[in-house]
Write a protein that binds this ligand. Sequence first.
Ligand SMILES: [Zn+2]
Length: 233
Amino acid sequence: MNQQISPSTLGHFLTTPFGALLPATPSPLATAQIAQQLRAALMNLHPLTGPDFSALHSGPVAMPIELNDVRECAPNVVVLPAPPWSAAEPRLWVRPEVGERLRRAAHALPSNLKIGFWEGFRPLVTQQALWNIGLVLLPILQPGLRRDELEWVLESCVARPNATAEHSTGYALDIAVLDESHQVLDPRDARGQLAHRIFSRALTRAGLINYAAEWWHWSYPPAPDTYAAPISA
Ligand SMILES: [Zn+2]
């Protein structure tokens, strides 16, 4: 008799014998450290010696109707310099419901703290470029990683360029808390810790959710069954 594998049988195999063969998921602390290293490496990519992202930003693009410009929907937020991979305009676009929450959170902060904004919308082609460069950078940053662990670990820091990539659906924000002179406060040092707690509380109260491994990454994800596809721009 031809034995069929039902979804439940398959699920069993995926979580037991096959699952045991998969590399161990990094601990939350290790993931946060790797994400921080990778972010720093990506942010410091030199425009001349680093990868050339200019082909991704070859011309002006119209803002998709699903998105708003953060400078209009959250004018109380400070726009920070663009990360090396970002196009000048599209990174300022967010879903209206995300922008509204960001505006509310910024409004709730004491006057000596501001929200700094790096990036909202990230076209899928840019997400793909980040994924590709992550595959090159990660073995340099983490020389002990086995080949079969690479994508597994990278996925905890850079979303796969697919339908659920939060930046490419307009639901994610990379943001930071700033002092009065608009300097980014690092939550890992003593000066930034308190400010970051106040910032996090305001964002959480406004309905935004932080990705624990990345202090800068916040989102307002829709219900899974209404998940939007990446927006083309
Ligand atoms: Zn992000």
